[in-house]
Write a protein that binds this ligand. Structure first.
Ligand code: GLA
Length: 727
């Protein structure tokens, strides 16, 4: 890993063994992008910029003849002086004029990765990253933009963010400040992203980029299941196992937008950041604003290459350090077995069976504080309903701990019910716009997390519950998008800052609680995956992937999220059949096989299981514990399959001596029989024993010839293989 300057300090080359990122200062003032992609030993300007006289164009005060801004690859473009493509930054000056003109001032190398104040971001130990700081400015407007690019050793990743400083005398307004703006050369790309809805998250969308602007966004105040804050530009022939990929992921949990413009010449500009529709920020003289961090990922090893980069980055440089190398407990969650109707008897009964089966953590989900068995009351009060649970949470914790299980509790801290003591005392604490009706979502309003008093209230609730150390796990839920996004406490001139201030408030609360109780395992959740993003992952090392626990749908949802997230981050539960969300019937084995390479848990009424099912579950849990370390810390791959009736995953350990392979047959379909499945991520020089059958195979044969599987007369059938190297 290195950052080198060349051409008298006019070119900066950021590189490691996988990637190069090259910037150039032209004419002493314009900062442009020269290259991002596979690593280059030494940059000698083979792609020197070809200037061309164009008609219907602008002329610039420049020593360069025929300089046209129409296709100039600006690194952080503004609008208004001849570049008509999407701008990275837009500012209204104190004069009321929407215009800035950034020119290059200086750059330097930092050995430490800078922190971003109030926002989650990747971190590194000394020597693991190098950072390029670039300063651009508009002296007339009194604006300075600091740009930070950090490269990690051995990862095809650069992370980037910007800091905007008002060094003028008067207030300015930031209308938009993207985290990413990247120029890519004219060629064909597919735009790949993840879209979805509640209980059907993370579906892959892929289409050929066309001329004009293509955009995805969330304007819901959360990153949302509708669009993950991610997109990739991939070569048309890129598949799981080969091809070029540029992937971008925003470390942020609120509204975002991602846009790609393919201009008239075919050049591509890719951007991502805070959604300008939900954002404006007043910057007083001397103040600084920082953008969220964006992850920029390059691989020429297909979508799996991109995923490996993201997984490694998040496992080693984003999730809380305490949980980086900690195996996650197998849990039983009460939601699908009890819903709101929680009782001590049921808890006693379920935890008894859970203990016998080898489960390690009992999670009491929603219901424990509600006055009734519905979502209509008590959100915000967080007082245990002792009519349902005599003795309160202390009693529940005692029962669970007596069984030798850990105890986890569900909260939805950002919400307030109209029918709550908190709302009677503090109606002004909810987001609201005077004179307009307040819209409920799941029978609840949203607390105004931009308020200091609300932040402290939530923090104190957690102090009350966590200080005695009787709770080892918290599920942090958030079950509705934001509406009437206004704070009664915010000054008139700052009203449009509330969307971002909400997220800053949330991060402050999470930071305070998780750093005070570093041993408590937090699981993020938002009606399943409605706020599954790297911002949340920074605080909550695992996230409930989807309310949909159906094994068939989960093959799609988990595949989608695995483009970005390591399986250890994704909660995957075995639930009852017919499935509560889809009504689909799948076997206990299928449900387990689909969950087992992820963060395994159970969510079903164990007292209703037949003896043979109990035996099966006990065996699953024992097997999972045996393999947990290798599964949770191994490398996860999706495989290209011969046809779309199958999905295939594998987890392989780092020295490729062990692999679990799962092949999922969607439907019984005789016309699609006799396919071969190549195990491309083994070592071709090794011989492997398949542990279930005892058969021995060469790695080369498994990789080049592939495995054949029988045609099974059943829908939703799983074939599972466990290979171990023989010496
Ligand atoms: C959300 C979560 C579920 C469960 C319920 C409880 O829907 O995604 O897992 O916790 O809330 O109300």
């Amino acid at each position: 890993m290195s950052i080198n300057f060349q051409k008298n300090g006019l070119i900066a080359h950021i590189k490691n063994s996988s990637i190069s990122y090259i910037l150039e200062v032209i004419d002493d003032k314009y900062l442009i992008n020269r290259y991002f992609g596979k690593t280059i030993r030494e940059y000698r300007e083979t792609n020197s910029f070809q200037y061309f006289k164009r008609g219907y164009n602008t002329q610039h005060l420049s020593s360069i003849e025929n300089l046209s801004f129409d296709d100039f690859p600006f690194e952080y473009p503004t609008r208004g002086h001849g570049d008509y493509r999407i701008p990275a930054i837009s500012i209204t000056q104190a004069t009321g004029i929407d215009f800035i003109d950034l020119t290059f001032k200086e750059w330097r190398i930092l050995n430490e990765k800078p922190k971003i104040s109030g926002l989650p971001s990747t971190f590194s130990e000394e020597g693991e990253t190098e950072t390029l700081e670039i300063i651009c400015e508009d002296i007339s407007a009194g604006i300075r933009v600091y740009m930070y690019y950090s490269i990690f050793d051995n990862l095809g990743i650069i992370v980037r963010h910007q800091k905007i400083e008002n060094f003028g005398k008067q207030k300015i307004t930031i209308n938009s400040a993207k985290s990413l703006s990247l120029e890519l050369p004219a060629k064909d790309y597919d735009f790949l992203s993840l879209y979805g809805t509640h209980a059907k998250e993370a579906n892959v969308s892929r289409f050929a980029l066309h001329r004009g602007i293509q955009k995805i966004e969330s304007a819901r105040g959360a990153s949302s299941p509708q669009h993950q804050p991610f997109f990739a530009l991939v070569s048309p022939d890129t598949c799981e196992e080969s091809g070029e990929v540029y992937g971008f992921h925003l470390i942020y949990s609120g509204s975002f937008s991602a846009e790609v413009e393919k201009d008239q010449f075919g050049n591509v500009r890719a951007q991502m950041g805070l959604n300008p529709d939900n954002f404006k920020w007043s910057l007083e003289s001397g103040e600084i604003f920082e953008t969220p961090e964006v992850v920029i990922n390059y691989s020429n090893n297909g979508l799996n290459g991109m995923s490996q980069n993201f997984h490694k980055l998040y496992k080693s440089h984003l999730i809380p350090k305490k949980f980086m190398n900690q195996e996650r407990p197998i849990l039983l969650n009460s939601w699908e077995s009890m819903y709101y109707d929680v009782t001590l008897d049921k808890i006693e009964q379920q935890s008894n069976i859970a203990q016998e089966l080898g489960i390690e953590l009992f999670v009491l989900d929603d219901g424990w504080f509600r006055l009734t068995n519905s979502s209509k009351t008590s959100m915000g009060d967080w007082k245990c309903n002792e009519k349902k649970l005599p003795g309160g949470i202390n009693k529940v914790a005692e029962i669970i701990h007596k069984k030798g299980l850990k105890f986890g509790l569900w909260f939805e801290p950002e919400m307030i019910s109209k029918a709550s003591n908190l709302y009677s005392e503090h109606p002004e604490w909810a987001l609201q716009i005077p004179n307009y009706p307040m819209v409920e979502g799941r029978n609840q309003y949203v607390l105004d997390l931009s308020r200091k008093d609300v932040q402290e209230y939530i923090i104190n609730i957690f102090h009350d519950y966590l200080k005695d150390g009787q709770i080892e796990y918290i599920k942090w839920d958030m079950n509705r998008p934001l509406t009437e996004v206004n704070s009664l406490a915010l000054d008139f001139g700052r009203k449009s800052e509330i969307w971002h201030r909400y997220i800053l408030g949330l991060y402050y609360v999470l930071e305070t609680i998780t750093s005070t109780y570093p041993n408590v395992l937090f699981e993020g959740c938002s009606s399943g995956g409605a706020r599954f993003d790297p911002g949340m992952l920074y605080y909550t090392p695992q996230i409930w992937t989807s309310d949909n626990t159906d094994a068939f749908d989960r093959t799609i949802i988990q595949s989608g999220y695995s483009l970005l997230y390591p399986p250890i981050a994704m909660g995957a539960h075995v639930s009852i059949t017919p499935n509560h969300q889809t009504g689909r019937i799948t076997s206990m084995n299928t449900r387990y096989q689909v969950a087992r390479l992820f963060n395994l848990g159970y969510e079903l009424d164990l007292s209703k299981c037949q003896d043979y099912e109990m035996k099966e579950i006990a065996e699953q849990i024992a097997e999972s514990k045996r393999n947990r370390k290798f599964i949770q810390y191994g490398d996860f791959f999706r495989h290209d399959v011969p046809n779309d009736n199958y999905s295939m995953w594998s987890t392989v350990n780092s020295d490729k001596t062990e692999a679990i392979v799962i092949i999922f047959q969607k439907f019984y379909n005789p016309i699609k029989s006799h396919c071969l499945f190549k195990l491309n991520y083994l070592n071709s020089d090794f011989d492997y024993c398949e542990k279930n059958t005892g058969k021995i195979y060469g790695g080369d044969e498994l990789m080049s010839v592939g495995l054949s599987i029988p045609l099974i007369k059943s829908d939703f059938h799983v074939f599972a293989f466990h290979f171990e190297k023989i010496s």
